[in-house]
Design a protein around this ligand. Structure first.
Ligand SMILES: [Zn+2]
Length: 302
C-alpha cells in the first residue's frame, strides 16, 4: 500500500489536495559510509608491504576495537616473494543457526604503487560501506541482543589484487586462504551466503549481473532492489568477473559478486590515479546499503 500525505491549499478559492512525497522510507546512511571512505582513503596507497597498509590495518583495528574482531594473519606466496597479509573478520551473532558473510578487499594494487593509486572506489568505497553496515549491526546487537536472522560476519580481505598480472594463482590471496581454512575447520558448511561488494561507490552506478554468482542469491538481491525501486542500477548486463567470491563459489558456497566494473568513460578510472573521492557518491552507497541490509533480512526469512 502506498500512502500519500496531503496538505490543504486554497487555490483561486478552491480547496485542492496536493500530494506530497510518500512518507520517508528509512534509508541506509550512505553519507556516513562516504565519510568512513574519505577517512580510510586519506591514508593514501595501501599496497601490501607498504606503510599505508600498516595504517589501513590500524584503521580497521580501531573501528572494531569493541567488536568480535579476528585478525587472520598469513603469508602468501606471490610473484614478488613471500608477503605477509592480514584479513579482518568482524562477527555479529544472529538468532538463526548459520552465517552470512559480507566481504570487500581493502588493500590497493601493488603494481600501481608508483602512481599514487588510492582506490577510492576500488577497495575504499566498500570498506566504508561495510564499516557503516557494522554501525547498524552493532546497534542491533547492543547489550547482548542477537540479530533477528543469521549471524553476519564482515570480511575485510587482503591481497585481492594481483602482484604482477591477474591469473587464478596471482590474485584473491586472502579469500583463497580463508576459504581453504574454513573448509578444513568446517566453517564453510555454516555459510548460507557469501556476498561480495566491489567498486560500487561509483557515482554512475551500474551493477552487473555477475554470471558465476548463485542464481537464488541473485534473485534475492533482485527482490531487495525492487523494494526500493532501484532496478535501473542493477543487472542490466551479464558479465563473468574473476573476483574474491570465486574461492567460495568453487567450494559450493552460495555466493554473489555485487560489482560495477564500468568505471568512468571507457572504464578510464579503473586502476588509474583517477580513482579518487570525487568519483564516488553517498547516493550510490545509500543504494548499496539499502540493498545489502534488505538482502540480509530476506535471506534470514528463507
Ligand atoms: Zn582493483
Amino acid at each position: 500500500m502506498v500512502r500519500f500525505s496531503f496538505v490543504k491549499r486554497a487555490v483561486a478559492g478552491m480547496l485542492v489536495l496536493v500530494p506530497l512525497a510518500a512518507p520517508a522510507q528509512a534509508h541506509f546512511n550512505g553519507a556516513k559510509a562516504l565519510e568512513y571512505t574519505r577517512q580510510f582513503v586519506a591514508i593514501g596507497p595501501r599496497w601490501p608491504t607498504s606503510q599505508g597498509h600498516v595504517k589501513a590495518e590500524e584503521f580497521l583495528r580501531n573501528q572494531f576495537r569493541h567488536d568480535q574482531l579476528e585478525e587472520d594473519v598469513f603469508t602468501a606466496n606471490t610473484p614478488i616473494g613471500a608477503v605477509p597479509l592480514r584479513n579482518f573478520i568482524v562477527r555479529f551473532p544472529g538468532k538463526k543457526d548459520g552465517v552470512i558473510v559480507l566481504a570487500t578487499h581493502y588493500e590497493t594494487n601493488y603494481p600501481l604503487r608508483n602512481i599514487n593509486f588510492v582506490g577510492a572506489n576500488d577497495g575504499g568505497s566498500t570498506t566504508g560501506l561495510l564499516i557503516a553496515i557494522a554501525d547498524q549491526l552493532r546497534a542491533q546487537t547492543a547489550s547482548g541482543k542477537k540479530l533477528d536472522g543469521y549471524s553476519v560476519w564482515l570480511l575485510f580481505d587482503d591481497g585481492e589484487e594481483a602482484f604482477q598480472s591477474w591469473t587464478d594463482s596471482d590474485s584473491t590471496y586472502g579469500t583463497k586462504h580463508l576459504a581453504a581454512r574454513w573448509g578444513r575447520d568446517g566453517t564453510l558448511g555454516k555459510i548460507k551466503a557469501f556476498i561480495l561488494a566491489d567498486m560500487i561507490g561509483d557515482k554512475d552506478l551500474d551493477i552487473q549481473r555477475e554470471s558465476q554468482s548463485t542464481d537464488w542469491l541473485v534473485a534475492v538481491v533482485r527482490q531487495a532492489v525492487k523494494k526500493f525501486g532501484y532496478d535501473r542500477y542493477f543487472f542490466k548486463k551479464d558479465e563473468a568477473v574473476s573476483d574474491d567470491h570465486l574461492p567460495f563459489v568453487r567450494r559450493g558456497v552460495p555466493s554473489i559478486d555485487i560489482i560495477d566494473l564500468d568505471y568512468g568513460p571507457n572504464n578510464s578510472y579503473h586502476h588509474t590515479a583517477q580513482d579518487t573521492m570525487d568519483k564516488i557518491s553517498a547516493k550510490s552507497l545509500t543504494i548499496d546499503g539499502d540493498v545489502f541490509m534488505e538482502t540480509i533480512r530476506l535471506i534470514g526469512q528463507r
